[in-house]
Write a protein that binds this ligand. Structure first.
Ligand code: SF4
Length: 328
């Protein structure tokens, strides 16, 4: 591991100022950062520990929306009463990820910054455009079973690993940031970047920009939601595919639909194609089949991950059926 300095501060402006220096990185729960440092993938010259910052509260606001402080732990979010009750898809997604111990350490901000589990990215002996731009992509013609089928490019097909972010995409969450130049609101769908020809650029954040909070907009009391994750084993595994669905159904007609997929995209994958099929349609098997097929229209599987097309189609269809049954 490279030598680095460690700084802990309870002052947000201090943290931003220190982390604006070249080579400095924020440290929150450390559940991903420590692995990446041990592997030699992340090599910060300075770590700024932000766990003592005030941004850890979860607050229900007067209009019913929720603000989640960026250093709130994943467990705190999953068990927050209003999130369990009304934003069920988020609670379920978080509890489907990692282990209880990791969820107690990992933070919401850290989860947003979680990096891919593409094995070639984590093994520095292999060429990887994301880790070292311009070296090539070992996964493109390599063992790509866990890689993405949506949103990839010839330069990178790494799947985004987060469960939480898939649910946030289905909830139209907004990421609030602070930096030396001020505050910004970034819709979750704009927060993660497609790889294109710059796969090393993964988020819309600039260097030294701190994730302060995540806002969950008001959700209708009549909306129902669910997160379904399919993986190689029943716990402590990343998604082969997953689906986050929010539906509101009135008299058998879908008047609100949000669909996001995990395990298949290079970013948490919002499926506008599926939503277009669902909105205004009857909540029945024919509609759900059409929506699931639409979600996979743009899929571009590689040699070892073609199974994800059928698996994601079936997973999304089943999730839609589950949510519809909750709504009726
Ligand atoms: Fe690296 Fe992306 Fe290729 Fe994986 S898919 S080897 S992360 S460039």
């Amino acid at each position: 591991m490279n030598p680095f300095t460690y700084t802990r501060t309870a002052d947000t402006d201090d943290a931003i100022a220190i982390c604006s220096r070249e080579g400095a990185m924020f440290l929150a729960g450390g559940t991903n950062m420590m692995d990446l440092m041990k592997e030699g993938v992340n090599t910060p010259s300075q770590l700024v520990d932000i766990r003592k910052l005030p941004e850890k509260q979860i607050v229900t606001r007067d209009d019913g929306s929720i603000r989640i402080g960026a250093t709130a732990t994943n467990s705190d979010v999953a068990y927050y009463p209003l999130i369990k009750e009304r934003y069920q898809v988020l609670s379920e997604a978080i509890l489907a990820g990692a282990s209880a111990q990791l969820r107690n350490m990992a933070t919401v901000g850290g989860n947003l910054m979680q990096r891919t589990r593409c094995p070639y990215f984590h093994e520095v002996a292999f060429a990887c455009n994301k880790r070292q731009p311009g070296t090539g992509c070992s996964a493109y013609n390599g063992f790509n079973r866990m890689n993405a089928i949506l949103g990839g490019s010839e330069h990178c097909i790494a799947a985004h690993p987060s469960d939480m972010c898939v649910a946030l995409a289905a909830l139209d969450a907004v990421v609030q940031t602070r930096s030396a130049s001020g505050e910004r609101s970034i819709p979750i769908t704009d927060f993660h970047l497609l790889p294109g020809d710059t796969p090393h650029l993964e988020t819309a954040l600039s260097h030294g920009e701190l994730i302060a909070a995540v806002d969950l907009p008001v959700i209708s009391k009549n909306a129902r939601s669910h997160y379904l994750k399919v993986r190689d084993r029943t716990s402590y595994a990343f998604a082969l595919v997953s689906a986050a669905v929010v539906l509101e159904i009135n008299d058998g007609v879908i008047n609100y639909a949000r669909v996001a997929l995990g395990g298949v995209g290079t970013k948490p994958w919002r499926s506008y194609e599926a939503e277009q099929v669902l909105m205004g349609a009857s909540a029945n098997e024919e509609t759900f089949t059409a929506a699931a097929n639409a979600a996979m229209q743009q899929a571009q599987p590689r040699q070892f991950n073609a199974f994800k097309v059928e698996l994601a189609t079936a997973t999304l269809k089943e999730t839609l059926e589950i949510v519809a049954s909750m709504a009726s």
